[in-house]
Design a protein around this ligand. Structure first.
Ligand code: ADP
Length: 521
């Protein structure tokens, strides 16, 4: 039943509450003000005049006017010196009532929560950089160090699922002696907290462990742990293991802290998964490399072995072809020439295979010495001129006065020779070859240009691949497709680059660069 208060009772009730109340008529004159208002604003009752002079009252007065004009309630907060006050303005036809409530302590709590939240965000950001580290142990130890300080943690255990044994192995931990760790190295599914988490793939959080009889927590209880949170580590739906944190100083964790641990555990799960995958791939790569080495050795051995009988086939075929005492018939000669052609091609292929394998496997140290490109070029010219002469070709050498280079002379000579041989091979009789050099970005760029058959643009990249040849039926030029692959390898080893440009039917230019200054390694 609704009780009707008489005005004096109502007023005495308003005098007892801690919220301030002010009633004003439409002329803005105070019709009632309770004691709490003075208390809230730190004034004495006789100082009523000063109340409206307070800075914070500017905003209060403005909002009171707004409430009257709009005839609608207004709620807002004002800060008055150290206090936070919530103000509710209720307009009516005969005046307005204003309520003041002290929100200071509530504001403090809000601020503390916000600060904590901010700290957690900072911490979660700070820990994320740790995941760039390589070793899982390193990551977890560093992570725990940061978390322990903030969350008052004493221990962490990281169990890893061992599929071969179908149980869990303690891989990383902190806060317990080594000997204890050895004792709890293996855990079965369903055993202790971590075993249950792994079995059910569900987080377990236990508080007040010191007072708990739960059998699952007896192990950590023995370490003096009071609050314990254990998370399953799951990556792409696959169980990796568990990660748990415990504190002997506190008996629970807040929701925000548990959220942080959850986020971190998710990151740890994918980092560990990645680390294990990398370790597995590295092992597989090593195995594959080992198998590849054996295969390479086998191919190399076979090529060597086959060269010997092939050389005797070539030798005896040559004897047959040129035997003047017992000459072959024209038909026999043609057949022997075919044998010779095929055998020489095969020999070139074997030599190519052996050379590439040598380059790939014998990572011989660079034999660097000061050389002059002119000298190298002159040496190569001596070797190539007789072949060029046989095709009535002209070689113009424009390379002179180049600065001395510290490089591997044998490798540079081989590169130069291969490119010169090709220039002669792929240029028709009476053709032109020009050698030039220039300095470019601290490198010496050597260019071998010919007026030969040229190379289609789409083939320019491919010709440096091992055994790649451009098929040309009409010219029928022999080769194994290894010359340029060897050039590329050698130039790369001496720290340079190689390339080519060409106009089909007009000629080609092959270039390679040599660094002017190489650090002695
Ligand atoms: P090979 O000469 O034994 O075929 P290379 O690796 O030296 O092997 O060359 C690969 C291919 O590049 C050749 O088959 C040829 O088609 C093309 N090539 C190389 N040098 C030239 C050149 N100077 N002019 C035209 N084509 C060339």
């Amino acid at each position: 039943m609704k009780q009707i208060l008489d005005p004096s009772q109502a007023i005495s009730a308003l005098e007892r509450i801690s919220d301030g109340v002010i009633c004003l008529n439409l002329q803005g004159e105070i019709t009632y003000i309770n004691k709490a208002v003075f208390h809230l604003f730190g004034l004495k009752e006789e100082d009523q005049e000063q109340l409206f002079q307070k800075e914070c009252f500017k905003e209060i007065k403005y909002n009171m006017m707004q409430a009257i004009n709009q005839m609608s309630e207004i709620h807002f907060e004002v800060q008055c010196s150290v206090k936070w006050i919530e103000v509710d303005v209720y307009p009516a036809s005969d005046g307005i009532t204003v309520l003041f409530s002290d929100w200071t302590s509530r504001k403090k709590v809000e601020r503390t929560i916000a600060e904590k939240q901010e700290k957690l965000i900072l911490l979660s950001e700070a820990t994320s950089h740790l995941f760039s580290k390589k070793e899982p142990k390193e990551i977890l130890d560093a992570l725990f160090k940061e978390l322990a300080e903030y969350l008052d943690l004493n221990v962490y255990f990281n169990y890893i699922y061992e599929p071969s044994r179908n149980n869990l192995r303690l891989m990383n931990y902190s806060g317990i002696p080594k000997q204890t760790a050895e004792e709890i190295q293996w855990l079965n599914f369903g055993e202790a907290v971590c075993g249950c988490v792994a079995r059910d793939c569900e987080r377990i959080v236990v508080y007040d462990i010191d007072r708990s009889d739960d059998v699952r927590v007896q192990l950590v209880k023995g370490f003096g742990i009071k609050a314990y949170a254990c998370h399953p580590l799951i990556s792409y739906g696959k169980l990796i293991g568990t990660l748990s944190f415990g504190s002997s100083k506190r008996s629970s964790f807040s929701d925000a802290e548990l959220e942080l641990l959850y986020t971190i555990c998710n990151q740890v799960a994918s980092t560990l998964d990645r680390a294990f995958l990398i370790a597995e791939l590295t092992l597989k790569k090593e195995e594959a490399e080992k198998a590849n080495r054996s295969k390479t050795e086998f191919i190399s051995m076979i090529s060597h072995e086959l060269r010997t009988p092939l050389n005797s086939i070539i030798g005896f075929s040559q004897i047959l072809e040129g035997d003047s005492r017992d000459p072959l018939s024209i038909g026999q000669k043609e057949k022997v020439q075919k044998v010779l052609k095929a055998s020489r091609h095969l020999l070139a292929l074997f030599n190519g295979i052996i050379n590439t394998i040598k380059l790939d496997t014998n990572h011989l140290p660079l034999n660097r010495e000061y050389i002059n490109m002119e000298t190298v070029v002159l040496e190569c010219m001596k070797m190539i001129t007789p072949i060029a002469d046989s095709k009535d070709m002209k070689i113009t050498n424009l390379i002179e006065e180049t600065p001395p280079l510290k490089t591997d002379a044998t490798k540079v000579t081989q590169v130069m020779l291969n490119l010169l041989e090709n220039a002669v091979k792929y240029t028709q009789e009476k053709g032109q070859i020009t050698l030039s050099a220039q300095l470019e970005n601290n490198h010496l760029k050597v260019v071998i240009s010919d007026s030969g058959i040229g190379i289609p643009v789409e083939e320019l990249e491919k010709i440096f691949a091992p055994f790649y040849r451009i098929f040309n039926d009409e010219l029928n030029i022999e080769g194994a497709g290894m010359g340029l692959a060897i050039v590329k390898q050698l130039v790369y080893q001496i720290g340079g680059k190689v390339g080519a440009y060409s106009v089909p039917g007009k000629g080609s230019s092959f270039w390679f660069t040599l660094p002017m200054e190489e650090d002695d390694k």
